[in-house]
Design a protein around this ligand. Structure first.
Ligand SMILES: [Zn+2]
Length: 211
């Protein structure tokens, strides 16, 4: 189960399900991505379970459904990649201080309308959308799409940022909005190392050289 391990190696650093979905592609901060953990419908389901969008039994049911309908699963997977592309466009534009394109927002609206058409309102301390009875192959994307709309409509847009060291996007929930890295363990540490090496080089260059 190598592919599932790939999916569960991804760090969920986005602070929002839609941003974590965008972060299933890795690479440098600008330019094309260099790796993608979503290689097929089974990986999409594995990611959904890993990220908390699907329960274990929902994932099992979706795997069974996708084996019974491989063409449908291929189509659902292809749509999921299209969703990831436009979510990437929307949130990367916002992270860069720009405005997302109208076409991407229209696609998000259509996907949200479809998602809510398959949801129920479940009561608790407040009411929330749930997809418990949605047994379609699009199920893994429902909460992703809804999380994107929630972030756009109720989040602080200036908290949506891109990591300084890689292409990951995140919602900066730090008190003083000072977060710069996807994770201090990855890009943050790499940056500290770069600064340390640069500082040593500067000191070394300034020191008198032995003849
Ligand atoms: Zn990073």
């Amino acid at each position: 189960m190598e592919t599932v391990e790939d999916v569960t190696r991804m760090h969920l650093v986005g602070g929002n399900l839609a941003l974590d979905f965008v972060n299933t592609r890795t690479g440098p901060p600008v330019g094309p991505s260099d790796d993608d953990v979503l290689t097929g419908y089974p990986e999409l389901v594995a990611w959904g379970a890993y990220a908390g969008a699907l329960t274990g039994s929902e994932a099992t049911a979706l795997r069974r459904l996708s084996r019974a309908d491989p063409d449908g699963a291929r189509a659902a997977f292809s749509r999921a990649l299209g969703t990831r592309d436009y979510l990437d466009d929307i949130f990367r534009s916002l992270a860069a201080g720009g405005a997302p394109g109208a076409a991407a927002l229209d696609r998000l609206r259509d996907d949200e309308a479809d998602a809510l058409g398959h949801a129920q309102l479940q009561g608790g301390s407040t009411y929330a959308w749930v997809w418990r009875d949605d047994h379609t192959l699009a199920r893994p994307l429902r909460q992703v799409v809804h999380a994107a709309v929630q972030l756009l409509t109720t989040g602080a847009l200036d908290r949506i940022k891109g990591c300084g060291g890689c292409r990951f996007l995140f919602n900066d929930e730090s008190k003083n909005r000072s977060r710069r890295w996807c994770s201090m363990d990855d890009c943050g540490t790499a940056e500290k190392m770069r600064r340390y090496v640069a500082a040593r080089r500067t000191r070394g260059g300034a020191a008198p050289r032995k003849a």
